[in-house]
Design a protein around this ligand. Structure first.
Ligand code: TYD
Length: 137
């Protein structure tokens, strides 16, 4: 399976009407995991790179609910970049995939849905260490 097949882009249905738009996302239905945690990143800008890690246990879906950012995704062999620029699109990031988020617009609100409660010990923050671990899989 290619990296892009492992990390699909989801296009969520828009339940909008004349009052405005509405996107609903249900765990295990619209995305492949039960949602245990959400967090969101804002007040970043185009000078910072966030992420820069892989997770041994967590799966994520990243959605820019306002503004835009980019996420560079790699498994150590292939790489691709997703423009997160619509509130109704998200990218799925499975376990053991390295990601960097950058080019945040000043109004960017990057919502992250996660399959786990936070545990800092499941993060791999050193790219060389990541390459060593991912190659064993
Ligand atoms: P960090 O992982 O560096 O954020 P990013 O992925 O955007 O680069 O997290 C920043 C801080 O927030 C760090 O001290 C850990 C803490 N944190 C939590 O306590 N819970 C969470 O769910 C997340 C994602 C981070």
């Amino acid at each position: 399976m290619s990296l892009q097949e492992k990390c699909p882009i989801f296009r969520f249905g828009d339940l909008g009407d004349e009052r405005g738009k509405l996107v609903a996302i249900e765990g295990e239905r619209d995305i492949p995991f039960e949602i245990k945690r959400i967090f969101y990143i804002y007040d970043s800008d185009d000078t910072v790179i966030r992420g820069q890690h892989a997770n041994r246990e967590s799966e994520f879906v990243l959605i820019n609910v306002a503004g835009q950012s980019k996420v560079r995704i790699t498994d150590g062999k292939e790489e691709f970049v997703v423009d997160l620029n619509r509130p109704k699109m998200g990218v799925y990031i499975p376990k053991m995939i390295w990601k960097d988020m950058y080019d945040f617009s000043s109004d960017s609100v990057l919502l992250v849905l996660a399959s786990t409660h936070y545990d800092g010990t499941e993060y791999i923050r050193d790219y060389e260490e990541y390459l060593k671990e991912v190659i064993k899989q």
